[in-house]
Design a protein around this ligand. Structure first.
Ligand code: PMP
Length: 401
């Protein structure tokens, strides 16, 4: 039956992990995958997650199904984390929210809901570049993916003029995907002033803003600060859609814990939207996994655990920031590597877009056993005091050719 099925290309990021695993050199470094590593390069389970697990198990929750839209206390707390207690739609009962299979699942439900019910457009504008999975994910959900300029290669910075021009040129009513913070892959976020301008353009062009919030807390170490863009848009009266992930900020990667929400006009509209979210989810996967949602809900719902969690998120963010400073200082001051490396220090979140060329990334893999995506993106979390000097020396050698 499958004689005519063509072989597809391997996943660009998971392919790197395979090459890394096959490499036997003890100096090897994997900077491909976006998962936090501790100062010893090891995967990290948050202390607050361990405490929450004990709490959850002591309550003996069993293994029954959750409802179609998940664990109600989790979704309520997730929405509160994103929108903030001051948010008018939350206070008015005008946020429709469902649990989702992490950020990817939230984006997919959102894409499907917009494709089916958003009356003004089937086009979604995503930044160029964006997280690679956005493109097939929204296409498979039934949307037509278009791009707006985001990255200026020559300045290794935000192409704000290009971004504004492309959003102004987009058809009225189109959907626009915004990374709420810690843009992946570039690590470059608009400033608060620039967000205010983007909000005005979105209003003027009646665009529909869809926030992908995969790194709340991970960018600055402060969950409220990282929610600035979303909260500003809501305060400006926009109706928004939001995809939240707890993969990075709680380290719940494989537990697939996330939420999708929409702000709506009133509780009556919310009831109709809620019913349609269920109609989308039920034939897709029936109901979401319970365990991660219980953990996240326990953390978000307990003031002491919540405080410890914020400290832990800040610890992860700070370790990454200190690695940025170290790489910058090694390349600029110690090795005097040709080129300008300030962007490594100023970029935000898990990733840095180094500006290294594809050929240089290949050399780094083959000669130095240092693995990253072909576009020169590195996961900063893969660096630590034990490997950062070797990394900088390897980059220096690759740049000098
Ligand atoms: N959006 C962005 C921008 C991401 O970087 C990621 C994680 N790589 C996700 C969404 C979703 O990840 P997950 O499905 O694991 O929550």
């Amino acid at each position: 039956a499958w004689a005519t099925v063509p072989a597809g290309p391997p996943d660009p990021i998971l392919g790197i992990t395979e090459a890394f695993k096959a490499d036997k050199d003890p100096r090897k470094i994997n900077l491909g995958v976006g998962a936090y590593r501790d100062e010893h390069g090891k995967p990290y389970v948050l202390q607050t997650v361990k405490k929450a697990e004990e709490l959850v198990l002591s309550q003996n929750p069993g293994k029954e199904y959750l409802g179609i839209t998940g664990l109600p206390e989790f979704t309520a707390r997730a929405a509160l984390l994103a929108y903030g207690a001051e948010s008018a739609p939350l206070q008015q009962g005008s946020v429709s929210v469902t649990q989702a299979i992490s950020g990817t699942g939230a984006l997919r439900i959102g894409g499907a809901f917009l494709a089916r019910h958003y009356p003004h457009s089937k086009e979604i504008y995503v930044p160029a570049p964006t997280w690679g999975n956005h493109i097939p994910l929204f296409r498979d959900a039934g949307l037509d993916v278009k791009f707006y300029r985001y990255f200026n290669k020559s300045t290794v910075d935000l192409d704000f003029e290009g971004l504004k021009a492309d959003l102004l040129a987009a058809p009225e009513g189109a959907i626009v995907l915004l990374h709420a913070c810690a843009h992946n892959p570039t690590g470059i976020d608009p400033t608060p002033e620039q967000w205010a301008v983007i909000s005005d353009i979105v209003k003027e062009k009646k665009l529909f803003p869809f926030f992908d919030m995969a790194y709340q807390g991970f960018a600055s170490g402060n969950t409220a600060r990282d929610a600035f863009a979303l909260r500003h848009f809501v305060a400006q009266g926009h109706q928004v859609a939001v995809a939240q992930s707890f993969a990075k900020n709680m380290g719940l990667y494989g537990e697939r814990t996330g939420a999708f929400s929409l702000t709506v006009s009133d509780p009556e509209e919310k009831a109709r939207v809620d019913s349609q979210l269920k109609i989308i989810i039920r034939p897709m996967y029936s109901n979401p996994p319970a365990y991660g949602a219980r953990i996240a809900s326990a953390i978000l719902g307990d003031p002491a655990l919540y405080g410890q969690w914020e400290t832990e998120v800040k610890g992860m963010a700070d370790r990454i920031i200190s690695m940025r400073e170290k790489v910058y200082s090694l390349l600029t001051n110690d090795l005097k590597t040709p080129g300008e490396w300030g962007h490594i220090k100023s970029q935000i979140g898990m990733f840095s877009y180094t500006g290294l060329q594809t050929a240089q990334t290949k050399t780094l893999a083959q000669k130095a056993h240092v693995y990253m995506t072909a576009d020169g993106r590195i996961s900063m979390a893969g660096l630590n005091d034990g490997n950062v000097e070797y990394f900088a020396q390897s980059v220096d050698a690759a740049v000098r050719g």
